[in-house]
Ligand binder design. Structure first.
Ligand SMILES: [Zn+2]
Length: 118
């Protein structure tokens, strides 16, 4: 009789939870109507109702929320901009001096699983 032995879990190469908190992972300082439309469309293609800014996060944000992106899942790319900050020599404060192109790679809830599950 053969017994299937599950392979041992891989050694964690980094702390289970990154410095980002679950609250931070769900907080957004920008909202893009265009990106939201892209995400609704992508979810509909898959046949689910995952909501923008609620069920869509980057890999790191999902990790902070205790969820793992399933193996083989493809991200959805969201082109956009991030603010460029510079220290104001006079006041010593960081202030936004412009923006630069940025691409976010996001996954929706149905592409993730609980980190505790196999
Ligand atoms: Zn979904």
């Amino acid at each position: 009789m053969t017994t299937l032995t599950p392979s041992p879990p891989p050694k964690p190469s980094r702390p289970k939870h990154p410095p980002m908190t679950a609250d931070e992972a769900q907080a957004f300082d920008r909202f893009s109507v265009h990106n939201a439309a892209v995400l609704v469309e992508a979810a509909a293609t898959r046949g689910c109702r995952c909501q923008p800014y609620v069920d869509w996060f980057t890999y790191d944000r999902w990790h902070a929320l205790g969820r793992q992106v399933r193996r083989g899942e493809k991200s959805t790319r969201l082109p956009g901009f991030v603010p460029v900050r510079q220290k104001d020599e006079a006041t010593g404060e960081d202030r936004i001096v412009g923006k630069r192109p940025w691409v976010s790679f996001v996954f929706y809830r149905c592409q993730t699983k609980d980190e505790q599950d196999e």
